[in-house]
Design a protein around this ligand. Structure first.
Ligand SMILES: Nc1nc2c(ncn2[C@@H]2O[C@H](COP(=O)(O)OP(=O)(O)OP(=O)(O)O)[C@@H](O)[C@H]2O)c(=O)[nH]1
Ligand SMILES: [Mg+2]
Length: 231
């Protein structure tokens, strides 16, 4: 009895108890099977939204958690947020994020975002030790790097390698490259990024953004919504 849904509960109450006035709104002429059909018919079920699971990957301090926050709040970082101390994500952080285009058509997407620790060499890492939780049913991987740190681009090779090893579903994974912190001085040559993308055909797009200023965020949000809704 503990696990029965509200609908079934309603059904049982109505069938066992003689309908008291105002207690059960179903017409008395309805038989049990008609009542069941009525309660389970698609017209009474709320429409389910599609939820796309996304893994946010990349080295420590590139801004994975910040990106999640910015997408969730639908606005760039406040000055106060930037002055706050940086707190590493110790293990895994999973959140449902509704992304709506800023000043857009009103279209939106709902995402289950998996934000993992940026240090792959931790003794326990979600991608290695809890891969079903981190990678199961993931459709898109955001590969985040930081515009002021070239090493964060090279590190993505390790991320892609571990993701490919741990992912054991038939569904093909897609990747998107997100260069964050474009408000800082760039040190990554665009030619290098192009080369990187050519070496990994699973990367289907790339974006230059800044969670601080909001640069590139609208374009990225639009792409995210359009790409995942089209699937
Ligand atoms: N200047 C600038 N700073 C940013 C930007 N995005 C994030 N930061 C800062 O970068 C630092 C690290 O951000 P996090 O989001 O915690 O990084 P992370 O990738 O989640 O790091 P781990 O949890 O260790 O993997 C924080 O102090 C943020 O405020 C940005 O676009 N520009
Ligand atoms: Mg983090």
């Amino acid at each position: 009895m503990l696990f029965i849904s509200n609908i079934n509960y309603y059904l049982i109450i109505c069938l066992r108890e003689p309908p008291l006035q105002g207690d059960c709104t179903m017409p008395n002429t309805m038989n049990t099977s008609q009542l069941k059909d009525e309660l389970t018919s698609s017209s009474t079920e709320p429409e389910r939204s599609k939820i796309t699971k996304i893994l946010v990957a990349g080295s420590g301090a590139v801004g994975k958690t910040t990106l999640l926050q910015v997408l969730k709040d639908n606005k760039p970082l406040e000055i106060t947020d930037l002055s706050q101390e940086y707190h590493r994500t110790p293990f895994i952080n999973i959140e449902t994020v509704s992304v709506e285009r800023i000043g857009g058509t009103g279209s939106k997407g709902i995402f289950l975002m998996v934000d993992v620790a940026g240090q792959l060499d931790l003794p326990i890492h979600a991608l290695r030790d809890f891969s079903t939780l981190a990678l199961g049913s993931v459709e898109l991987v955001m590969l985040v790097l930081s515009a002021d740190n070239i090493q964060t681009l090279f590190d993505l090779k390790d991320w892609i390698s571990i993701i490919k090893t741990q992912h054991n579903e038939k569904r093909t994974l897609q990747f998107v490259l997100v260069m964050n912190k474009c408000d800082l001085e760039h040190c990554i040559d665009p030619g290098l990024v192009k080369q990187f993308m050519e070496s990994e055909p699973m990367i289907i797009a790339s974006f230059d953004i800044s969670c601080k200023t909001g640069e590139g965020l609208d374009e990225f949000q639009k792409w995210l919504i359009d790409t995942t809704n089209a699937k």
